[in-house]
Ligand binder design. Sequence first.
Ligand code: G
Ligand code: G
Ligand code: MN
Ligand code: NA
Length: 250
Amino acid sequence: TRLEQELRQALVRDEFELFYQPRVSAGERRYVGAEALLRWRHPERGWVLPGEFIPVCEAAGLMRELGRRAFEMAARQQAAWWAAGRRLKLSVNLSPGEFEDPWLLDEIETVLRETGCPPQALEIEITESMLVGEGDRPTRVLEGMRAQGLSIALDDFGIGYSHLAYLQRLPFNTLKIDRSFVQAPPHERPLAEAIVGLCRAMRLHAVAEGVETEAQRCWLEQIGVTEFQGWLFAPALPRDAFEALLDGRQ
Ligand code: G
Ligand code: G
Ligand code: MN
Ligand code: NA
C-alpha cells in the first residue's frame, strides 16, 4: 500500500522521533519519570500518531525495526540526560513482535553498551496479551531484562487477559492502571481500589494513566496510587518542550 511505502521511506529518512509524557509523584507532585512515545514527522502532514502507523508497520513486518530504533533513541537520550544530572526513569513500549524476537535480550545489551545508558534509567512497558500461552518464555525474557538492570511495567492493566497469576510469577516493578479505570464513574471505582490494593500488597508502583482532572487525581491519591500520567499534567511533548517543563520554563 501507499502508506506502507511511505513508512519504508520514513525509516530510511529517519523521520521518527520520541515525544515524552511526564510521570508525576503523588504527594510532592514531582516529575519522576516519563513515557517515550513515537511520533512520525511526516513531510506534508506534520506529526502523525502511532495509532495510524503502528498497525501498518506490524502488518508490513517493519515494527521490529521501528521498535528497535525507538529503544535506541530512548537509551541515547537517557544517557545524555543522566550524564547531565537529569535522572528520571524513562519507560519504553515494546510491541508483541519485538517481545517474540529471540535476539531481544542481545539487542538490548548491545544498545545499552553502545549508548552508555545506565539500565536503571529505563523501564520496559509490556502488555498482558504478550504473556498469554507461551509456556515459560515470557518469564525467562522478563527475568533476563531484570538481570540486565531494567525495570518492567505491565501496561494497560485491567483491560486484557488479566490473569492474576502473572503478577505472582513475573518480575514486574510497576503496574500501569488503564485509563478506563482512572476515568470510571464513581460507582465503578471499587475495582480500581482493589487494583491499587493489590499493588500495595505486592510492592508494585501503581501508576494511573489518562489522568485528566483534579478530581480524578484526588481520589486516586486517596486510594494509594503512587504516580500519575495524563493530560492534567502534560501531553506527550517534544524534547525541548519536555525539558522546559522540567525546568519550569514553560
Ligand atoms: O502516543 P500515543 O499516545 O498515541 O500512543 C499510543 C500507543 O502506541 C501506545 O500506547 C503504545 O502502545 C504505542 N507506542 C507508542 N510509542 C511506541 C514505541 O516506541 N514502541 C512501541 N512498540 N509502541 C509504541
Ligand atoms: O502505551 P499506551 O497505549 O498507554 O499510550 C498512552 C496513550 O494514551 C497515548 O496514545 C496517549 O496519547 C494517550 N494519553 C495520554 N494521556 C492521556 C489522557 O490524559 N487522556 C487520554 N484520553 N489519553 C491520554
Ligand atoms: Mn504505554
Ligand atoms: Na497504557
